[in-house]
Structures are given as structure tokens and as C-alpha cells.
Design a protein around this ligand. Structure first.
Ligand code: GAR
Length: 191
């Protein structure tokens, strides 16, 4: 079976990216990471790409805070196409993708979000769940559409909220679940 070409996008430390690259290296995820792209010049995710020998690109995002400029998004599409990317994996990419990327990769962009969507889209979803007094939260893998943390849900994993949880301890446990769920979902889609 031919390995699927992945393009991984992230803005942060890249623990989900590391989990995916480790599963590929272990041979139980039939995919090849073709490029890692970040809108943050010193993001940990770029360092992880270097460590795994995956080509990595810093993409200057332009002047907006929550999305890429049109030029930047067109550049992103070019990078992904030139790298023969078939599936785009958002791993902590903190900008909303718009038409250029959505039209170039229809139904081929995945995201992971730290809540049980549609509950708590947006920033710091684990804090939102704590403040709301929930007893269970979790993480969601979904296809990306033009909304924020919206789009067809593919899989979810529940994480209990413990009485002594702080935002940090809860986020850490959600991330442990993310690092199991995301590579497993990608493996299934690649099959
Ligand atoms: C993850 O918890 C991911 O769910 C979240 O960013 C974190 C990235 O961590 N994404 C979102 O909130 C998207 N709305 P990582 O850089 O260690 O993978």
C-alpha cells in the first residue's frame, strides 16, 4: 500500500506532531510526512520536524491575528502541493483556514481540538470546560470547514475532569488522549 503524503501545520510545541511522526517511524502508520509548516518562526514543531528529518517551512502569516493573509494562504497551498501533500493535518495550528486552502484540499484537512465538539470551540477549550463546571471533556478529530473548530466529526475521546484539576493538569491529560487518538484516526484514514 502506498504511503499517504501528510502536510502537518502547527503553531506551538508540536506534541501531536511528534506522536504522529513516532507512529510513522514505528511503522504502524502508513503515511509519509512530506512537510511541516508553521506560522511561528521559533515554534517547537519546526524543531521536531528537524529532529525527524522532515522538511520544514516557516510561513510568514501576514498582518491578521486569527487567519493567514490571502498571499500567505496561497503560498501555503503552493508549499503543500509542491510537497505532494495528500492529507493536511492541523496539529495546534492557531489560524482559521479560508477558501484557498479549503478549496485546494476539499475534505482533506483534519484538525484536533481539546474538547468534545461542538462544546467549547475556540481558545483554551479545557479552561472553558472547567469554568462551565463539566465533569467530562475530551478531544475531537474533525474535518475542517470554514468555521472555527467546526466540520464533520470523525472521532472523539472522553477525558474525565477531576475535582482537583487545574487548567494545566486537565490540559495535560487531554493532550495524552490527543496523542493516542490523532495518530490512530490518521492511520485509519490512510488505510
Ligand atoms: C492541542 O491541545 C490541540 O488540541 C490544540 O492546540 C494544542 C497543540 O498542542 N488545538 C486547538 O486548540 C485548535 N483549536 P501541540 O502543539 O503540543 O500539539
Amino acid at each position: 500500500m502506498a504511503a499517504k503524503g501528510l502536510g502537518i501545520l502547527g503553531s506551538g510545541r508540536g506534541s501531536n506532531c511528534r506522536a504522529i511522526l513516532e507512529r510513522i517511524r514505528a511503522g504502524d502508520l502508513c503515511a509519509e510526512a512530506r512537510v511541516v509548516v508553521s506560522d511561528v518562526v521559533d515554534a517547537g514543531i519546526l524543531e521536531i520536524a528537524r529532529e525527524f528529518g522532515v522538511s520544514q517551512v516557516y510561513l510568514p502569516p501576514g498582518n491578521f491575528r486569527t487567519r493567514l493573509s490571502t498571499e500567505s494562504e496561497l503560498a501555503l497551498v503552493r508549499i503543500l502541493r509542491d510537497s505532494a501533500v495528500e492529507l493536511v493535518v492541523l496539529a495546534g495550528f492557531m489560524r482559521v483556514l479560508k477558501r484557498p486552502a479549503l478549496e485546494a484540499f476539499p475534505h482533506r484537512i483534519l484538525n484536533i481540538h481539546p474538547s468534545l465538539l461542538p462544546r467549547f470551540p475556540g481558545l483554551e477549550a479545557w479552561k472553558q470546560a472547567l469554568v462551565a463546571g463539566e465533569t467530562v471533556t475530551g478531544c475531537t478529530v474533525h474535518y475542517v470547514d470554514a468555521g472555527v473548530d467546526r466540520g464533520e466529526i470523525i472521532a472523539q475521546r472522553e477525558v474525565p475532569i477531576l475535582p482537583q484539576d487545574t487548567p494545566e493538569s486537565l490540559h495535560e491529560r487531554i493532550q495524552i488522549a490527543e496523542r493516542q487518538l490523532y495518530p490512530a484516526v490518521i492511520a485509519e484514514l490512510c488505510d
